[in-house]
Design a protein around this ligand. Structure first.
Ligand SMILES: [Zn+2]
Ligand SMILES: [Zn+2]
Length: 375
């Protein structure tokens, strides 16, 4: 446990605490409404060499440290959750920003662009639009519940890759074969076209430059939820500045640089396989061997904005999250089994009806289809 004195930013006009405003991109005073511009100390976002950072691995391991702070306004003591960097005082709501304890600190930040109010609206629309949701859901869920605004840590990796591969190219061709068929109760020989694949060896080299492959560096929200939050427009990143954290919760990385790079390599691998398939050409491709060389591999740590909370329905908690940059929402949700059963029942009845009619018309359809193949 370490004791921290929180940093707080105060209004130059009246001395009240300042909070970052997603609407204006500035610090705003809730007391006198004045705005303060955020002028970054350093205007460049740097990428760092991955190889040299990985050689200091032990240095880069995430540190799980609990921090205790005393609120700068009301003086109350409180403890932050592990990896947490900023929060609001649980007693008076005053922003409390501590310092990062991990070796690698954020280089860039995507500031919140979606406000708490907009996020609540997005949630209300989402909950109202869910298919097969229990009818009581909309009435029972509090769509005005406060959301937590989190800046979550991400790794972004860049790399120039060259991959040599060996594989096979498959081209489809057709052969005419004879088949025995029963047509109108009589056996006949018909000729049909059947596809075959001709495989030929293929090898080559593909290259691709990756920019900002994005990997979650936090385990606070499930990978499934984070993965469904859509893409991040990292071209709108700002050089990191603590002032963006004011009024928001934030975290530092709990997934290390090395583990993050393994996940990034898996992502790149999938894209490279697509490149190889295109390079091989033909109708089918088989990749037997591939070897990728990574050059100019760099990384940086960034913070991305997420609104999140959970709702309870019939004694169960459902988590959801909203991309604080694009407004994309994703989450867990309840299903109404009555509605699903009714729909499945409807389709079963429909299929049975179609089955009945097609059986009824079978004779006619059958002969005309078979006739098509007759030579
Ligand atoms: Zn003020
Ligand atoms: Zn307080």
């Amino acid at each position: 446990m370490i004791r921290f004195t929180p940093i707080s930013f105060t209004c130059p006009n009246c001395g009240a605490p300042l909070r970052f405003s997603p609407t204006t991109g500035k610090l705003s005073c809730s007391f006198c409404n004045s705005m303060t511009e955020i002028r970054p100390k350093d205007n460049t976002v740097q990428e760092f060499d991955l190889r040299s950072a990985l050689t200091e691995l032990e240095h880069n391991a995430p540190k799980e440290i609990s921090k205790t702070v005393a609120c700068s306004k009301c003086g109350s003591d409180f403890t932050l959750t592990p990896y947490s960097v900023s929060t609001n005082c649980p007693y008076c709501g005053t922003p409390a920003i501590t310092t990062f304890v991990n070796h690698i600190t954020p280089e860039a930040i995507l500031p919140f662009e979606i406000t708490q109010k907009q996020a609540k609206k997005i949630f209300a629309q989402w909950i109202g639009s869910l298919w097969f949701a229990p009818s009581a859901l909309k009435a029972l869920v509090d769509t005005d519940k406060e959301l937590h605004g989190y800046y979550l840590p991400y790794w972004t990796y860049d790399a120039a890759t060259t991959t040599t591969y060996q594989g096979q190219r498959g081209d489809i061709y057709y052969v005419t074969v004879q088949q025995r068929r029963i047509v109108n109760g009589r056996e006949q020989i018909v000729q049909v076209q059947e596809p075959r694949i001709r495989w030929t060896p293929a090898q080559g080299r593909v290259g691709r430059v990756f920019d900002d492959i994005t990997i979650e560096a936090s385990e606070t929200l499930s990978r499934k939820i984070l993965g469904a939050l859509g893409s991040w427009d990292t071209s709108r990143s700002k050089p990191f500045d603590e002032r963006y954290l004011s009024g928001f919760e934030s975290e530092e990385y709990s997934i290390g640089l090395d583990n993050g790079f393994e996940l990034a390599q898996a992502k790149m691998h999938t894209i490279i396989r697509g490149d190889i398939r295109r390079d091989i050409g033909g109708d089918r491709q088989q990749i037997d061997q591939m070897q990728t060389r990574y050059a100019n591999t760099t990384f940086k740590n960034s913070l991305f904005p997420v609104w999140t909370t959970h709702f309870s329905f019939k004694g169960k908690d459902y988590y959801y999250a909203i991309n604080g940059q694009s407004g994309v929402i994703t989450g867990e949700r309840p299903y109404s089994y009555t509605k699903i059963t009714l729909l499945v029942g409807f389709f079963l009845a429909l299929f049975m009806a179609i089955g009945y009619y097609s059986e009824y018309f079978d004779g006619d359809f059958g002969s005309s289809f078979n006739g098509y193949y007759q030579r």
